[in-house]
Design a protein around this ligand. Structure first.
Ligand code: CMC
Length: 436
């Protein structure tokens, strides 16, 4: 930043009316200025200097990234340049995982190596079973898996070497491989069923379904339509740039914590009902509404701001979430196999009203990724407590891609926002007996 600089092509001029001083700051690519360029705007030499106030980071870029591109106005989502609908149609979750982590689609041999690596790291240490046995029978699956992920950091102390690229890729493979195993164990614990070990002959999604649903020695053959549908859902959930949980992953990662600890924190963020916990909240909401006749009264409650229409609205999308349209199509295919989820009629009517009523139209409230996904999960036999876990499994890839990018970015430093302090100024301590 230069004070009183002459007019330039790619700069922003700022006049501080308190002092009458003019400043000129560089505009970086994409309508961005550096927040630190504002620091030298001050009234007195010993002032702290100007900063921005942005609760919820609604207008703050925390990183440069090459992973995921979203145009919220146009409803565009791309991973490494590839449109999400093309990936959902032609790719697989593990191929998308490779793409997100490495920046390019794999060749056949690169893909085979990657699949082999992931497949042979699916087992978790036997002691994880003991950890899980300490949970109550009705423990929420997300709490169990989050704890399992945090516990893994103690099994792999070398994960602390976050400056070592080889150690990092080892943990990335382990996490992608072990998440479905932890998730399936949590589900089996809830059901009181024995844990099923990973089956290395099966693909990523089929192995997950096998660990969840196989009973006894009977061979379990996942329905290919359901297996494909789950894989598509995994692709759609794999990354979504700097959302709440990715930011959490980066914030914890910026302190050089190991990836298991950072990922457990990211899972905590995802668990919230305004983020990935929304899929569970949508199902509970649809169940509570109960029937189409009850919708008008429910919507009146939303408009009176007594509650939110879960699965609607998004910080970035101000158009239809492209993932929601793909999920809606996938739901039709799943229901052909499982039978129609009776809650679908309520969901469709909610969407119809929301897309036509002023309250929702004025606020650009469209269905997001979580609105229809729960209906598919429920039709496939998942209890609602598993829904956020089904989000966390594929998002593990995105979190790790964001973490890897963070650690390779020389501009990144430990995350540490500022505050605008509005508390008491200095005052003297009063002994307890002297307080009124
Ligand atoms: N139902 C009713 N009103 C809403 C909703 C909703 N779902 N979402 C936003 N609004 C209203 C909100 O009251 C506000 O109105 P006003 O300007 O009159 O005060 C306006 O729309 C803007 O909302 P906001 O809360 O300032 O927007 P935000 O960007 O801070 O929040 C959100 C985004 C996703 C948290 C929010 O839309 C929401 O709570 N949606 C429901 C939960 C949900 O479905 N979350 C999943 C998000 S997508 C997947 C993911 O992130 O993991």
């Amino acid at each position: 930043m230069t004070e009183n600089a002459s007019e330039g092509a790619n700069t922003l001029s700022i006049r501080d009316n308190r002092t009458g001083r003019d400043y000129e700051v560089d505009i970086l690519d994409g309508d961005v200025i550096r927040a630190m360029d504002l620091r030298q705007i001050k009234v007195n030499e010993d002032d702290f200097g100007m900063m921005t106030y942005d609760p919820g980071y609604t207008n703050t870029a925390s990183t440069r990234s090459t992973i995921t591109y979203i145009d919220g106005g146009k409803g565009i989502l791309r991973y490494r340049g590839y449109p999400i609908d093309q990936l959902a149609e032609h790719s697989s979750h593990l191929e998308v995982a490779y793409l997100l982590l490495n920046g390019e689609l794999p060749t056949r041999s690169e893909f085979d190596d990657f699949v082999h690596e992931v497949t042979f790291h699916t087992y978790v240490h036997e002691n994880i079973k003991e950890l899980f046995s300490g949970f109550r029978y009705d423990a929420h699956a997300m709490g169990m898996v989050m704890s399992g992920v945090a516990a893994l950091s103690s099994f792999y102390p070398e994960a602390k070497s976050v400056d070592d690229p080889d150690a990092r890729s080892q943990q990335i493979i382990r996490l992608i491989a072990k998440m479905p195993t932890l998730a399936a164990y949590a589900y089996r614990h809830h059901r009181g069923l024995p844990y099923v070990y990973p089956e290395n002959e099966l693909g990523y999604t089929a192995n997950f379904l096998n660990m969840l649903f196989s009973v006894g020695s009977r061979e379990y053959n996942p329905n290919p339509v359901l297996e494909k549908a789950l894989d598509i859902l995994f692709i759609l959930h794999a990354d979504h740039e700097q959302n709440c949980s990715a930011t959490t992953m980066r914030v914890i990662g910026s302190a050089n914590a190991d990836p298991y600890s950072a990922l457990a924190g990211a899972m905590g963020a995802l668990y919230g009902p305004l983020h990935g916990g929304a899929n569970e909240a949508v199902l509970r909401m649809l169940t509570r509404i109960g029937s189409v006749e009850n919708i008008p009264a429910f919507m009146e409650g939303v408009k009176r701001r007594e509650e939110r229409l879960m699965g609607f609205g998004h910080r970035v999308y101000k158009a239809y979430d492209p993932r929601a349209s793909i999920i809606k199509r996938t739901a039709d295919e799943v229901f052909e196999v499982t039978g129609r989820n009776p809650l679908l009629d309520i969901a469709l009517e909610l969407e119809r009203i929301a897309l036509n009523e002023d309250f929702f139209v004025e606020r650009n409230l469209y269905p997001n990724v979580d609105f229809y996904s729960g209906l598919i999960y429920q039709a496939m036999g998942f209890p609602v407590e598993m829904f956020p876990v089904l989000f966390a499994i594929p998002r593990t890839v995105g979190w790790l891609a964001q973490w890897e990018e963070l650690l390779n970015d020389p501009e990144q430093r430990i995350a540490r926002p500022r505050q605008v302090f509005e508390g008491a100024s200095e005052r003297d301590f009063v002994l307890m007996d002297d307080r009124t």
